[in-house]
Write a protein that binds this ligand. Sequence first.
Ligand SMILES: Cc1cc2nc3c(=O)[nH]c(=O)nc-3n(C[C@H](O)[C@H](O)[C@H](O)COP(=O)(O)OP(=O)(O)OC[C@H]3O[C@@H](n4cnc5c(N)ncnc54)[C@H](O)[C@@H]3O)c2cc1C
Ligand code: FES
Length: 271
Amino acid sequence: MNPDPWLPRPYRVIGRIAETGDSATLTLAPDGDRLPEFRPGQFAMLYAHGVGEVPISVSAIPGDGTLVHTIRAVGAVSRALHDAEPGTVLGVRGPFGTAWRLDGDGDLLLVAGGIGLAPLRPVLRYALKRRSSRRVILIAGARTPADLLYRKELRGLSDPDGPEIVLTVDRGDDGWTGHVGFVTEPLATHPIDPLQTTALLCGPEPMMRFSARTLLRRGVPAERIEVSLERNMQCGTGLCGHCQFGPLLVCRDGPVAGYPVAEPLFQVKEL
Ligand SMILES: Cc1cc2nc3c(=O)[nH]c(=O)nc-3n(C[C@H](O)[C@H](O)[C@H](O)COP(=O)(O)OP(=O)(O)OC[C@H]3O[C@@H](n4cnc5c(N)ncnc54)[C@H](O)[C@@H]3O)c2cc1C
Ligand code: FES
């Protein structure tokens, strides 16, 4: 039975990992009824008591009823969630929104900017668990090496049978030996088979727009590109209209959308 989508369920923080200076990953366990399983790409409305509620994607799907979210502190609510210590009870509604396409054929190319890696991490884990002959490529960018999420986890995946991982930063530091520049630079040159590639993009809107254009130039069909849209939200259930983006309600018709649908909207200002 679907739970009442308006009723925040109590979930307790049972784990907190500081990922970067402004991002942390929380593991939440139900303090009562648990919500249905989330799919990669879907999001929860997380409520910090007395502060407010914001949409946050799942950044892992352990499958044991716990929820995992990586939160970057950018304002009052995300700061309160980011700072929540183990033992804190938060309110959770969901699962909401559309999910990434996981059952496509051919190779999987994930392109992430900043906190955009969080909603793609469950896809990476899913693809690695299935261990098919599919190539899995991750191209992820951040402002500086210190801002790159999940660095230890990604380092642990770097074996010849693992995913191809390309990390890039806007500004390097003394120890950085990887790429310096936007994700579009390695994206323009990394070997891919364009007609066999499904590309999932998540990050700031200009990053997704330029990445999609790079992929189109390389011959990846628009139908094989998906993006994750972001708009401010309130109800999460398609009723209040707060997240309207052209003809879409992002909480219901997104956040994951095919590029042919998203491309004309990237020019439209938020209502
Ligand atoms: C579907 C979806 C999934 C998301 N998943 C994650 C996630 O996994 N991890 C994560 O850290 N964040 C995620 N976000 C973004 C997160 O919801 C916002 O950072 C949060 O709403 C900011 O609220 P605030 O009250 O802390 O800050 P505010 O005071 O509301 O804003 C602080 C700054 O952030 C900007 N901002 C606020 N909300 C948004 C937004 N929705 N999109 C773009 N800019 C915004 C404001 O313009 C302002 O500059 C997601 C957003 C959506 C729509
Ligand atoms: S948040 Fe209310 S309609 Fe999308």
